[in-house]
Design a protein around this ligand. Structure first.
Ligand code: PGA
Length: 252
């Protein structure tokens, strides 16, 4: 079975509610039904429920959260649980985005807990990995990414693994305008798929979508998506502009 093609928009901390509504509406009305592309919006938490209502009944559109807390519930003022997210109509959750790892010092142990809670509440996690610039320059990038996968993904069951999406986002390419070349992306995606195959077998590895993220835009999406192990994109900046996001959706 061919792998899912996915284009996901990570809006980060952007947009007001009216702007968010306008963005969702423009993308839904501008996309072609039957394009075979799974589209996922990752708005700020407070827009999840409204986004879910706007995409209700639309083929291949989903909404997710940019993060969830690593504990089930409790006295953690300002935090949001996987249960709360799922109950607002989300189907996906980003786990381990580099901005969360760097600015909020999220550890592998916390990320493992987040994955468990996501699965418990029937959310499909999009688990993000990617090396920093110094790791790219010192040629330790395979090791860095393997560690992020081993420490967080390798304890999952085969069933859990089947609803996981991976995203490779080199930190040096996020929001910088610098993109990994198709060769660099393919090399890492193939490496990640091999790591998954060694642990879970080829059937699971071959059905796991691996997205590329990091300054992906209408000008480079086609080349990146043409790589055999790149199954779509996790898009930041370009997901805030309907015409750019739509163009990326049409880049397969
Ligand atoms: P970018 O962000 O497309 O703006 O580089 C990607 C991401 O952080 O998911």
């Amino acid at each position: 079975m061919p792998r899912k093609k996915i284009v996901a928009g990570n809006w980060k901390m952007n947009k007001s509610l009216p702007e968010a509504e306008a963005l969702v509406k423009a993308i839904v009305s501008g996309s072609e039904e039957g394009d075979g592309v799974t589209k996922i919006f990752f708005p700020p938490f407070v827009f999840i429920e409204r986004t879910a209502a706007l995409i209700a009944g639309k083929n291949n559109f989903f909404v997710g959260a940019q993060n969830c807390h690593h504990l089930e519930s409790g006295a953690y003022t300002g935090e949001v649980s996987a249960l709360a997210i799922a109950s607002c109509g989300a189907q996906y959750v980003l786990v381990g985005h580099s901005e969360r790892r760097i600015y909020f010092e999220e550890t592998s142990e916390e990320l493992r807990q987040k994955l468990e809670l996501a699965f418990k509440h029937k959310l499909s996690p999009v688990y993000c990995v990617g090396e920093k610039l110094n790791e790219r320059k010192s040629n330790t990038y395979f090791h860095a990414v393997k560690k992020q996968i081993e420490e967080v993904v390798f304890h999952l069951s085969e069933t859990q693994m089947k609803s996981l999406v991976l995203a490779y986002e080199p930190v040096w390419a996020i929001g910088t305008g610098e993109t990994a070349t198709p060769d660099q992306a393919q090399e890492m995606h193939a490496f990640i798929r091999l790591a998954v195959a060694e642990k879970f077998g080829h059937a699971v590895a071959n059905s796991t979508p691996i997205l590329y993220g990091g300054s992906c835009n209408p000008g480079n999406a086609k080349e990146l998506f043409a790589c055999p192990d790149v199954d779509g994109g996790l898009i930041g900046g370009a997901s805030l502009k309907p015409e750019e996001f739509l163009s990326i959706i049409n880049s397969f």
